[in-house]
Design a protein around this ligand. Sequence first.
Ligand code: NAP
Length: 302
Amino acid sequence: MKIVVAGGTGFLGRAVAGSLLDSGHAVTVLTRNPDRVSAIPRLAGANATRGDVTDASTLRGTLAGADAVVCAVQFPNHPIEVERRGLTYDRFDRLGTENLIGEAQASGVERFLYLSGAGADPASDKVWYRAKGRAEESLRRSGLRYVILRPSWAYGPGDQALSKFASIARFSPLLPQLGLRPQRIQPVHVDDVALSARRSFEQTEDAWDKTFEIGGPEVMTMNEVLHTLLDVMGLRRLVVPVPTALAKLGTAPLKLLPSPPMTPQGIEFAVQDGVVDTSLLEEVLEVHPVPLRVGLERYLVP
Ligand SMILES: NC(=O)c1ccc[n+]([C@@H]2O[C@H](COP(=O)([O-])OP(=O)(O)OC[C@H]3O[C@@H](n4cnc5c(N)ncnc54)[C@H](OP(=O)(O)O)[C@@H]3O)[C@@H](O)[C@H]2O)c1
């Protein structure tokens, strides 16, 4: 198949594109900067095309001749929205996805795989769930064949969350843990998300017009996640819980910076739960995600 992967240079998109290349698909990465693609080893053999999903006019013709599109786009410095610079969930997750759906329809592309997220809900009071929920609704109504993947908290080489904790743990005797409440998540290795996308294209028609939640086999608290990380790295560190209210208060003034390193909204995003039901994933796509310890050992143990 000829598959265009929007966001193919990103953390999840790169793994998805790489996995599709491994199974013999012709992959084109849609990016704002096509020159980057040839420098990414996992994308060896992929073509590149320029496009900005927030501007529908830049997408014209980018999907010509494609059989399918994958959308794995996220705004830079996610999850920190900067409204005055247009970096918002609504503009990227909703409008960006809708622009890509519109271009797929205009180009006669038959299939669309959307990287949504656990908890997506068009009626949610949280902008991130709402934007993804509305994008999902647009896709279901589009007439395209669709697969929606809703990962929980994804980790792996190059992620934006666990890798930061690993870096802090390497030099600091203390490891901060956001929130006092036991946050419940199902960490999933990036390769299991990529495999889910690949299987969607390999499986029978059964995979299509469905929504799959993706998460690891264990529901864990963040404290358990951090202790597993330390254990795999062979380190002993003190994990120090930081109350969410205190973290929000401390980051509030950063909102005024042009590129805030963190904001109260970003803290709220980071402490949310991510519990999913993987029964459809296991039954239809036959993907059985690995436990966190196994996933971490793949890249943290020399
Ligand atoms: N990471 C997770 O744990 C996780 C969990 C659940 C769901 N998800 C979802 O999975 C998707 C991918 O997430 P990620 O963590 O892989 O994101 P990421 O690493 O930040 O990558 C984002 C990608 O979006 C592209 N992009 C940014 N702005 C663009 C624009 N205007 N037009 C076209 N492409 C643009 C970037 O490509 P260029 O810079 O090359 O243009 C980059 O490849 C997102 O929808 C995210 O919400 C992620």
